[in-house]
Design a protein around this ligand. Structure first.
Ligand SMILES: *[C@@H]1O[C@H](CO)[C@@H](O)[C@H](O)[C@H]1NC(C)=O
Ligand SMILES: *[C@@H]1O[C@H](CO)[C@@H](O)[C@H](O)[C@H]1NC(C)=O
Ligand SMILES: *[C@@H]1O[C@H](CO)[C@@H](O)[C@H](O)[C@H]1NC(C)=O
Ligand SMILES: *[C@@H]1O[C@H](CO)[C@@H](O)[C@H](O)[C@H]1NC(C)=O
Length: 324
């Protein structure tokens, strides 16, 4: 029996029986599948004692997928790709391609009973291929005017950016370009240290690319602590300097043309020659920024004339700016 003949017969029988389309025996009316994978059109048909007289699956109203009577006739391109359950009409369609998207219609003609019919739509989508992102290899520094992260993804995808798991919203420093594929950060801030993730998705699947950024910063203005606070002559005095910085700052002191390396300066026995202005310089080895602060060491047994407490005056001077 030819497919065309069978289909005309079926349609004839259907129309003469006055059956209407619509309700159908397929359990879902919309299926989604990924290219290369498979879908199953499942029916709610109760398996009869013996196979049906005829059973046919039609694609997009015109193409024979399979017509099963005493023999099976498969449409071109469906061989080795389908498995038909002749008792329920359920159909497995394998190795999906986007061309399989469309409408599927099942018609069953039982022996001496009413026709059974069902339709379902199939949407075959291509999975998002793994996006890539080129992570910056150069040292990133706070204040840097702009940094762009680009999410390279194939096909029509929508991109969403996250930082440490939280969605990024456009704002003062973050902006999105090229259909959200480019994240622009301007200027860079120490808070940008962390993991940036781009989530590329279509209706069907998603995949992600990430970059871990480390933004170097500082030094912040140094602090000098003198111990003890009010030191007198012949006592020992300890001056220490600290500054927040990434990476850790290096320090040196200058006092009367002398330079002392390190964050701490120790005076075993304070004499007149030790009194005066000490400058601590903090330097970030990566950003190249240098910041200094000075401190005046006094003999606290000598009263200070005519001034408010000048004893621990610490004056900040930002010495150098960024070295590129
Ligand atoms: C079709 O799918 C089967 C598994 O479902 C797989 O083994 C086979 O390689 C696929 N063939 C093609 C041509 O993709
Ligand atoms: C099947 O029909 C759908 C619309 O229902 C159409 O988008 C699709 O291109 C058709 N597929 C083929 C292979 O004709
Ligand atoms: C980043 O992208 C923005 C917008 O496309 C552009 O104006 C800016 O120059 C880019 N910055 C860099 C460092 O490439
Ligand atoms: C990525 O996007 C998809 C689709 O919107 C969503 O289901 C998924 O949870 C997202 N993943 C992350 C880590 O945000």
């Amino acid at each position: 029996m030819s497919y065309t003949f069978l289909r005309s017969t079926i349609l004839l029988v259907l129309s003469s029986a006055g059956l209407c389309y619509g309700a159908g025996v397929l359990t879902v009316d919309l299926l989604r599948g990924a290219t290369g994978e498979s879908v199953t059109f499942t029916t709610s048909v109760k398996p009869p004692a013996e196979p049906f007289m005829a059973l046919t699956w039609i694609f997009n109203r015109t193409t024979n997928v399979i017509t099963s009577t005493s023999a099976d006739v498969m449409g071109p391109g469906y061989e080795n790709r389908i498995v038909l359950d002749k008792f329920t009409g359920s159909l497995v369609l394998r190795n999906l391609t986007e061309k399989d998207s469309g409408q599927y219609e099942l018609i069953i003609i039982p022996y001496g009973a009413a026709q059974i019919q069902g339709t379902a739509k199939l949407e075959v989508l291509t999975k998002v291929s793994k996006p890539t992102m080129a992570c910056p290899t150069e040292n990133l520094m706070e204040g840097q005017t702009s940094l762009n992260l680009t999410c390279h993804a194939d096909g029509p995808v929508s991109c969403v950016w996250l930082k440490d798991g939280k969605p990024l919203v456009p704002g003062d420093r973050f902006s999105f370009h090229d259909g959200n594929r480019v994240l622009s950060i301007s200027p860079l801030n120490r808070k940008d240290t962390g993991e940036f993730l781009c989530n590329a998705s279509n209706d069907f699947s998603f995949d992600m690319a990430k970059c871990r950024l480390k933004v170097y910063w500082g030094p912040d203005p140094p602090r000098i602590v003198q111990t003890p606070n009010g030191a007198e002559l012949e006592e020992s005095v300890f001056l220490s300097c600290s500054a927040d910085s990434l990476p850790k700052a290096t320090f040196f002191w200058t006092f009367k043309h002398m330079t002392m390396q390190g964050p701490a300066h120790y005076i075993h026995e304070m004499g007149y020659r030790h009194l005066g202005k000490y400058t601590c310089m903090a330097r970030n080895p990566i950003t190249g920024l240098e910041v200094s602060v000075f401190h005046t060491l006094r003999d606290s047994s000598t009263p200070i004339t005519g001034s408010v407490s000048m004893m621990f005056c610490t004056v900040l001077t930002m010495v150098a700016l960024i070295s590129v």
